[in-house]
Design a protein around this ligand. Structure first.
Ligand SMILES: [Zn+2]
Length: 290
């Protein structure tokens, strides 16, 4: 299999606002596909790809035209997952003890921790244990640069505007599998979350939910997804830092078997542009009040 060399592309792409910037940042941590060449997974490519939020960076690709910042990972989530805590490391993956404390969450236990153990239920990603220095390299070369980019951009916007609004962008299979909290269930069009009200002022998440429902979509809030590391780590509503997570159903824009875009892509991208406009208007109204 021909894979581009990882060193040929940076681990994270930052697309700054065009024109007048707004303190609104979108990030897509799971749409990347370029793994470090030393990783030789044994799971079939289509199983590995099922964990990828394919095309999400492109669905939100017009965000910079609306004054927003857009950040996307270029590496795949199966290599290392930016939406997990840095210490959520499954000891089962390693050939030696991790040198620092680990906090194994239910994500690692289900095979979807910082380093993915299972591509699909019962299907290991790796054919061998990983060495400690390999996982250290993944954190240093991929995970940390991604978080550094998100934090740097959010901090700069917060310093300039006195507040910052963050949308962590994902896509979901149309139906959960046995590794998911909603195994077997058909999913709505969108799941918008704020860790049960803890990562955003209610007005911001309400703006997203109301806009999407107004476009005719079925939208769940905090069910089954509540939001994970990226919204947890960078939010602080009391300090005017607001983060929400948005999951869009892949059946709206791609064939989940062939993993190609289908005819729904263009219409969905147009509606996401309406969402970006609504959120931008909301933020401009907040800034005008200051
Ligand atoms: Zn995702």
């Amino acid at each position: 299999m021909n894979r581009p060399e990882a060193h040929a592309v940076p681990p994270v792409i930052v697309r700054p606002a065009r024109g007048t910037p707004l303190p609104l940042l979108f990030d897509s941590p799971h749409s990347g596909t370029i793994a470090p060449s030393w990783m030789q997974p044994v799971a079939p490519p289509e199983a590995l790809a099922s964990g990828c939020d394919a095309f999400v960076d492109e669905l939100y690709g017009m965000a910079p035209d609306h004054g927003c910042t857009l950040i996307a990972a270029t590496f795949p989530r199966w290599a290392i997952d930016p939406n997990r805590a840095r210490d959520d490391i499954d000891p089962e993956l390693l050939d030696a003890p991790w040198p620092e404390p680990v906090v194994v969450t239910d994500k690692s236990l289900s095979g979807m921790g910082l380093i993915r153990r299972l591509a699909l239920p019962g299907m290991p990603v790796h054919g061998r244990k990983l060495r400690v220095n390999e996982v250290e390299a993944l954190i240093r070369d991929y995970y940390d640069p991604y978080h550094d980019a998100v934090r740097t951009q959010l901090d700069a916007l917060h310093a300039r505007f006195g507040g910052v609004w963050h949308v962590d962008c994902h896509s979901m299979k149309s139906r959960g599998n046995a590794m998911n909290v909603d195994a077997g269930q058909a999913r709505p069009d969108f799941v918008v979350s704020d860790r049960e009200g803890s990562t955003s002022a209610p007005e911001f998440i309400d703006c997203a939910v109301t806009t999407l429902r107004g476009l005719g979509y079925r939208v769940n809030v905090n069910n089954p997804y509540k939001g994970a590391e990226l919204v947890r780590r960078y939010s602080d509503p009391a300090a005017n830092r607001h983060s929400i997570q948005i999951e869009v159903n892949r059946a709206l824009y791609m064939d989940e078997t062939t993993r190609e875009r289908h005819q729904g892509f263009t219409g969905l991208a147009a509606n996401l542009e309406r969402l970006i406009s609504s959120l931008s208007d909301f933020i401009q109204s907040r800034l005008a009040r200051r």
